[in-house]
Design a protein around this ligand. Structure first.
Ligand SMILES: Cc1ncc(COP(=O)(O)O)c(C=O)c1O
Length: 387
């Protein structure tokens, strides 16, 4: 899809197209004696020496936050090498808000549909149901690699012209597989598809250097692309809730027009901006290197635990997806579920049972933890599988 063939106005919900966005008190004047937004000029009701007051000092948290977040968007644009700037961004309360926003902007409830590629992240379907939008599926290849079946995607799109969003997850959850760039380009350029392609890159920073990485810089070439990222994973900031959409200025415009005016808290913005400073980025890269190294150590250790089967996917993430085998050597949901429950309820080790996802029979998804936590994983799995 090129800028000349993509017509965003034809796929935006008519009510959003007609929307006159809310104008914030600060859109016109933002300095002076501010008695325009019914804020509390006396300051926050916090003990001044409390941790909460100290850590938010200088943020004027009695005031509404910046609705546009240009400084934060500029920092992300620089970090991700995005040509352009704030106009290419929508920021949300986690990528979960970004996902929901795509539904709200593009899908007419009770009429439109989306396409997902199972096994995949559960929130696409949950958001679809919340927004009363149908879900169609084109499974990933179930050969353990979990790549796109582009022909099936084409078939689904041809059969369901009401599909407005195709969700691709790269690296995938729970698969851990980065999708090939070539296959994603094929989806982005399908001649008969008029909708949006949303590439969820929550785990993109864990892809090894030298492999195909982020698609974020493609937004200048593909007007139908929305790349979703988050500060919850590699940045270690799940608690601040910052999700990111990188897209064309037109798509970003409608997403921003639809959001609640002050969705990004001052505290969230401050922490995120700090993480994007040189020291934060140095820590980020150190943490990623250790997590990748620990992931490889777990994978190596798994080879000598009898009762573990294949490690599925291509391990481009901060978790691994591994099969639990029964005594006959077959992947077993019963045994995986028993081990999962036993470890969580008796041994205080919580992983995720993913055996009911298509192509993941008998699988546990295990997040890479600290070296000590990973030692516990190795020890517990060895014990569990020897009994
Ligand atoms: C693929 C994927 N996308 C998005 C999210 C949600 O991220 P956030 O914390 O930014 O809402 C997750 C969280 O697990 C995820 O696995």
């Amino acid at each position: 899809m090129t800028a000349t063939t993509f017509d965003i106005k034809s796929i935006i919900r008519p009510n959003i197209l007609a929307l006159k966005p809310y104008r914030c008190a600060r859109d016109d004047y933002s300095t002076g004696v501010l008695l325009d937004a019914n804020e509390n000029a006396y300051g926050p009701a916090l003990n001044p020496s409390s941790e909460a007051a100290v850590s938010s000092s200088g943020l004027d948290i009695n005031r509404y936050p910046d609705p546009h977040q240009h400084d934060l968007k500029n920092l992300i644009a620089k970090f991700r090498n995005i040509q352009g700037g704030p106009e290419n961004f929508f920021l949300g309360v986690g990528s979960d808000e970004v996902i929901d926003m795509l539904f709200r902007v593009f899908c007419v409830p009770g009429k439109d549909a989306v396409l997902i590629t199972p096994p995949t992240y559960g929130m696409y379907s949950v958001s679809a149901q919340i927004n009363d939008v149908q879900v169609h599926k084109a499974n990933l290849t179930l050969d353990g690699q979990f790549q796109l079946n582009v022909e099936e995607i084409e078939r689904q799109v041809a059969a369901h012209p009401n599909i407005k969003i195709i969700f691709l997850c790269s690296p995938g959850n729970p698969t851990g597989s980065a999708l090939s760039h070539d296959s994603m380009k094929r989806v982005l350029t399908m001649p008969n598809y008029k909708g949006i392609v949303a590439v969820d890159e929550a785990y993109v920073d864990f892809i090894d250097a030298g492999k195909e990485g982020s698609t974020a810089t493609w937004v200048k070439d593909y007007p139908n692309l929305v790349v979703m990222q988050t500060m919850s994973k590699s940045f270690g900031l799940a608690g601040v809730r910052l999700g990111i959409a990188i897209t064309s200025p037109e798509t970003a415009f409608y997403m921003n027009a639809t959001k609640a005016p002050y969705n990004i808290a001052s505290t969230t913005s401050r922490v995120a901006q700090e993480a994007l400073q040189p020291k934060g980025l140095e820590i980020l890269h150190n943490h990623i290197a250790i997590m990748v190294q620990e992931r490889e150590r777990l994978l190596e250790a798994f080879k000598s635990i009898s009762g573990l089967g294949r490690v599925l996917g291509t391990n481009d993430s901060n978790f691994v997806l591994v099969e639990i085998l029964d005594k006959e050597g077959k992947p077993s949901n019963d045994r995986a579920l028993k081990i999962y429950t036993d470890m969580a309820s008796r041994q205080g080790l919580v992983v995720r049972f993913r055996g009911t996802e298509i192509g993941c029979e008998g699988c546990l998804r295990i997040t890479v933890g600290t070296p000590e936590e990973n030692d516990v994983v190795i020890r517990r799995l060895t014990e569990q599988l020897s009994s």
